[in-house]
Design a protein around this ligand. Sequence first.
Ligand code: DX5
Ligand code: ZN
Length: 226
Amino acid sequence: MIQIAPSILSADFARLAACAKEAIEGGAALLHVDVMDGHFVPNITIGPPVVASLRKAVASEIPLDCHLMIENPDQYIPAFADAGADWISVHQETCIHLHRTLQHIKSRGLQAGVVINPATPIGTLTEVLDMVDYVLVMTVNPGFGGQKFIPSCLEKIRKLAAIKSTIGTGFKIEVDGGISLDNVAEVVRAGGEILVAGNAVFGSGDVKTNTERLLLRGREASLVQV
Ligand code: DX5
Ligand code: ZN
């Protein structure tokens, strides 16, 4: 099942709820919330109060997928959980005790995800694949929306998809960064299932139509055997 997770980072923050609703009308299955601390990544974005407002503004069946690009994520997991996050992902690169951090997310009853940067190999996740609900493969270096997709990351998605089918565990493969109408089919054919898109959804044009088109192209690609 192919799903679109619009990244609100590229939305108009003064019209956040309206933008989110337009994307949901276009078929978005979840909302991707990019949390940046100015330390792990060179940008600062939003924190728990925005998640709480968004949780009140959008239908409860739409999960809020909070991507924590922050140092010491353990310190902030309770605040995001209290604010209404449904999914929380943490970077492998920021977690000294990754297993413990994932357990922490799960102990709050949330979906737990692990994220890897373009330079981080899939092999670093071997020991946690059986406990995560999703793996988020970055296809840009995290920090900013609107960057160019890094094509070499496709091979990592393929590797992860192969591991997934071999070990048969239930994690989903989410892909984040530079996804557009031009490359969404390739991402899906590589094994991407949840497609994060910021600029392609909120950058220009109509948000609902942008979401519909991405979803359609992604779903078509998932049906075609190559
Ligand atoms: C990058 C973020 C992404 C990104 C997505 O650090 O994690 O979610 O902003 O936006 P686009 O689709 O514009 O690359
Ligand atoms: Zn993200």
